[in-house]
Design a protein around this ligand. Structure first.
Ligand code: G3P
Length: 222
C-alpha cells in the first residue's frame, strides 16, 4: 500500500501516553477526526493491535536488515508486514543505523512491498539516503526533536536545502520534515518549503487536547 500525500505521520515513540491500549485510543481519536492522510507509528509490540483495531495506516518505528533465520531480539520486515504495518521508519535519530544497514533495509522492505521512510539529520545525509530510492526521506534536526520550536520555523532554509538535495539525487523520493511540529502553522510552512508532509511525536502524543491538536495540524494542509 502506498502512503498518500500530503501526510501527517505520528511517531508514538515510547511515550507512556501511547503504550498498549492507549496506542489504540489515540489512534481512534485520529481516525474519528481525520480529514487528511495520517499514518501512526506505534511501538512494535502494539503494531498488530493498532492495525487490527483501527483503520489508520500503521508503520513500524524500526526494522532490522536481517533475513529470516538465526537472529535474536531483532525484527524482520516480514514480521511487521504480517502484523499489519504498511511501512517503516528507518534510521530515526533515536535509533541511528549504518549506511550499509539502511541500504539493506530499504531493499528488503521494497521486496516485501513496505513503504520506506529514511530519517536524516542533515541535507547531506538526506541526499545519501535518497540514493537507495526509498519512498520518503524525512529531515529531522536532532536538536529540535521534542522541543517547542519547529524545524520549519527554526531552519526553513535547511528544510528547503534538504528538498533540493534529495530531488537532485532522485526526483521520485518524497521529502518530509519533523522536529517540534505542533500546529497548523508549522505544517503550512513545511509544505511551503516543498515537503510532502510532516513527522511529529510529542506535540500530539503528549497533548491533553488531542482533538484540538489534530484539527490545528490539519488546518496547515487546507
Ligand atoms: O519522529 C518524529 C520525531 O522525532 C519528532 O519528534 O516530538 O519533535 O515532534 P517531536
Amino acid at each position: 500500500m502506498m502512503v498518500e500525500t500530503p501526510v501527517i505521520i505520528v511517531n508514538y515513540k515510547t511515550y507512556s501516553q501511547s503504550v498498549g491500549k492507549k496506542s489504540v485510543e489515540l489512534t481512534n481519536i485520529i481516525e474519528e477526526n481525520a480529514e487528511v492522510n495520517w499514518v501512526v507509528c506505534p511501538q512494535l509490540a502494539d503494531l498488530r493491535m493498532v492495525s487490527e483495531e483501527t483503520d489508520v495506516p500503521v508503520m513500524a518505528q524500526h526494522v532490522d536488515g536481517i533475513e529470516p533465520g538465526s537472529n535474536t531480539g531483532q525484527v524482520l520486515c516480514e514480521t511487521v508486514k504480517q502484523a499489519g504495518a504498511v511501512g517503516t521508519l528507518i534510521n530515526h535519530s533515536e535509533n541511528r543505523l549504518k549506511l550499509s544497514d539502511i541500504e539493506k533495509i530499504v531493499r528488503i522492505c521494497k521486496e516485501k512491498g513496505l513503504t520506506t521512510i529514511v530519517c536524516a539529520n542533515n541535507p547531506k545525509v538526506a541526499a545519501s539516503a535518497a540514493v537507495f530510492d526509498p519512498d520518503f526521506v524525512a529531515y529531522e534536526p536532532p536538536e529540535l526533536i521534542g522541543g517547542e520550536i519547529s524545524v520549519s520555523t527554526a531552519k526553513p532554509e535547511v528544510v528547503a536545502e534538504a528538498v533540493r538535495e534529495v530531488k537532485s539525487v532522485n526526483e521520485e523520493v518524497g521529502v518530509l520534515c519533523g522536529a517540534g511540529v505542533k500546529d497548523g502553522e508549522d505544517v503550512k510552512k513545511a509544505m511551503e518549503l516543498g515537503t510532502e508532509g510532516v513527522l511529529l511525536a510529542s506535540g500530539l502524543v503528549k497533548s491533553e487536547v488531542p482533538v484540538e491538536v489534530i484539527k490545528d495540524l490539519e488546518s496547515g494542509l487546507y
